[in-house]
Ligand binder design. Structure first.
Ligand SMILES: *[C@@H]1O[C@H](CO)[C@@H](O)[C@H](O)[C@H]1NC(C)=O
Ligand SMILES: *[C@@H]1O[C@H](CO)[C@@H](O)[C@H](O)[C@H]1NC(C)=O
Ligand SMILES: *[C@@H]1O[C@H](CO)[C@@H](O)[C@H](O)[C@H]1NC(C)=O
Ligand SMILES: *[C@@H]1O[C@H](CO)[C@@H](O)[C@H](O)[C@H]1NC(C)=O
Ligand SMILES: *[C@@H]1O[C@H](CO)[C@@H](O)[C@H](O)[C@H]1NC(C)=O
Ligand SMILES: *[C@@H]1O[C@H](CO)[C@@H](O)[C@H](O)[C@H]1NC(C)=O
Ligand SMILES: *[C@@H]1O[C@H](CO)[C@@H](O)[C@H](O)[C@H]1NC(C)=O
Ligand SMILES: *[C@@H]1O[C@H](CO)[C@@H](O)[C@H](O)[C@H]1NC(C)=O
Length: 475
């Protein structure tokens, strides 16, 4: 039992004063005759989980005439609740966490959070809220976590988050915000984690974070920024995670003293310059043809460059990345690799060179990779003899984990431990030292072309077949 047994919920004598006290009732019902409803929460809730509750916009709900103490968490699921019931926090004075996600919540009423001084976490994601009225959170003085993600919020006021002085985590992700007023985060001095991803922001007012000196994690991903200025965050010494992925940035310069993690994938980046220390950099799915320019490359431990048109990486560009632990070069248009490419990566633990057009390598390229534990090299054009050598003299010998080819490529000659490979057409030049003959390269290119061609033919064939079926059906 999560609630003490309560007396019959609504007694006439307790209803009258409530109605008299709250002239807002008539207003809340929009003058259109909202319903007065009793909802006996005990009937819907067990162990803090409430299901199947239906509250319309105009309903006036009375949960209980007396306070229900000792209830610290409430989660509503499979419910349709247009608004948080009046007196929610008077009824549950001990409530610390309220989860009301996916409830079709579409409006706030004033005063909404009176008596909510114990509330620490409020989750209102996946609802239909359109605005956050000024001072709506009055009463929730101790709120530390507020999630408003996946709503329909278009605008905020300077005072939308007054007086949330204790707020540490705020998510406004996946709303429809186009701009933010300068003072909107001004009172949130303790804010650590701010998520603004998935909105329509293209600029932020200069100084918008100037009061949030302890900001540690910030996501601006999937907005409409075309420039990003590190200046915005020059007062935040603790900033450790920055996500600006999914904006179209083309050229980007980051200047921070130390960031643990930067995500800037899917930005169509052509050029990236990083001043200061960044440990983990996710740059997958950009348009980089060269490695980022990072004077302090020796402090980078994780680098994801997958899905960039880097090509063969000539000129030993990894030589200053001496502390790398994880490196992803999957799908980067590599045909061949220089023998000394990984010479300085003696600490590297995870290396991904999958989904390229590699045919053969000098086996000595792996000599320096003393710490490697995971090596992904599937989805290439490996020569079967080289692949055998790679397996026996490196991967198996050192007990390194790898991944098999899952989807069978077209025209495979053979598999070595689950990885597809092709024999050289010219048997006389069957050598395993990685001499990357022009012929082998040409062969792999032709192979890819044939593959693309067969896929196309297959698609067309499927279409013709469907048309035939349709004609047959019509006859
Ligand atoms: C919520 O609804 C879903 C689908 O209607 C159902 O599968 C699930 O069991 C329900 N959960 C509870 C706790 O009633
Ligand atoms: C709410 O619904 C969304 C979308 O259907 C789902 O992804 C999410 O997990 C749900 N959240 C909760 C707490 O039920
Ligand atoms: C919002 O707050 C900022 C900074 O606190 C202030 O400069 C600005 O005038 C305020 N705007 C409004 C409309 O109150
Ligand atoms: C920032 O964090 C530090 C360390 O946690 C704390 O001492 C300080 O009071 C915080 N500043 C604010 C404005 O909350
Ligand atoms: C980086 O920022 C620091 C401090 O804000 C500044 O002094 C320095 O000139 C900046 N460096 C570059 C190359 O912009
Ligand atoms: C790559 O980025 C584009 C936008 O630049 C996006 O549409 C696409 O979904 C992304 N693909 C992957 C695999 O992340
Ligand atoms: C950055 O790298 C240099 C050289 O490898 C090292 O001496 C220094 O301690 C590193 N700094 C940090 C903060 O990790
Ligand atoms: C490397 O990147 C590809 C494409 O972004 C991704 O699918 C793969 O999981 C990554 N590899 C590792 C080891 O994380």
């Amino acid at each position: 039992m999560w609630l003490p047994q309560l007396p019959l919920l609504l007694l006439v004598q307790s209803l009258l004063p409530l109605l008299l006290e709250r002239p807002a009732f008539a207003e809340a019902s929009g003058g259109a005759g909202g319903q007065l409803r009793r909802i006996r929460l005990q009937d819907h809730c067990t162990a803090g989980i409430c299901t199947g509750i239906d509250i319309g916009r105009n309903d006036y709900v009375i949960i209980s005439p007396t306070a229900i103490t000792m209830q610290s968490m409430l989660t509503f699921i499979n419910s349709s609740i247009a608004k948080i019931p009046h007196l929610m926090f008077d009824t549950f004075p001990d409530l610390q966490m309220l989860r009301m996600e996916n409830c079709s919540l579409d409006t706030f009423e004033k005063p909404q959070f009176e008596g909510a001084s114990n509330l620490m976490s409020l989750f209102l994601g996946n609802n239909r809220l359109k605005e956050i009225p000024k001072n709506i959170f009055l009463g929730a003085d101790n709120l530390a976590t507020l999630h408003l993600n996946h709503n329909l919020i278009r605008a905020l006021h300077n005072h939308s988050f007054h007086p949330l002085k204790e707020l540490k985590e705020l998510s406004l992700a996946y709303n429809q915000l186009e701009q933010l007023p300068l003072g909107v985060f001004g009172l949130l001095r303790k804010l650590l984690d701010l998520n603004l991803a998935g909105n329509r922001l293209s600029v932020l007012p200069r100084g918008i974070f100037d009061k949030n000196l302890n900001l540690t994690r910030l996501s601006l991903a999937s907005n409409r920024f075309t420039v990003f200025e590190s200046e915005l965050l020059k007062l935040q010494p603790r900033l450790s995670l920055l996500d600006i992925s999914g904006n179209i940035l083309n050229e980007l310069t980051l200047n921070f003293s130390l960031l643990e993690q930067v995500l800037a994938h899917s930005c169509d980046l052509r050029r990236l310059t990083v001043y200061g220390i960044i440990r983990d950099l996710d740059l997958h799915n950009n348009s980089l043809r060269e490695l980022p320019h990072i004077p302090l490359a020796s402090n980078v431990t994780g680098l994801d460059l997958s899905l960039n048109p880097l090509g063969n990486l000539p000129g030993n560009p990894l030589r200053r990345y001496t502390a790398l632990l994880r490196l992803n070069l999957s799908a980067t248009n590599m045909h061949e690799l220089a023998e000394d490419l990984f010479k300085k990566q003696s600490q590297l633990q995870v290396l991904d060179i999958s989904a390229n057009s590699l045919y053969s390598l000098k086996i000595t390229i792996f000599d320096s990779l003393k710490a490697l534990q995971y090596f992904y090299f599937q989805q290439n054009n490996w020569n079967c003899d080289f692949l055998q050598l790679l397996m026996s003299s490196f991967v198996k010998k050192r007990d390194i984990s790898f991944m098999e080819d899952i989807t069978a490529p077209e025209l495979v000659d053979d598999y070595v431990d689950g990885i597809a490979c092709w024999y050289e057409s010219d048997k006389t030049s069957k050598r395993c030292d990685g001499s990357n003959s022009e012929a082998a390269l040409e062969l792999s290119i032709v192979r890819n072309e044939i593959k693309a061609f067969t896929e196309l033919v297959e698609k067309k064939f499927v279409r013709v077949y469907r048309m035939l079926e349709e004609m047959k059906a019509r006859l």
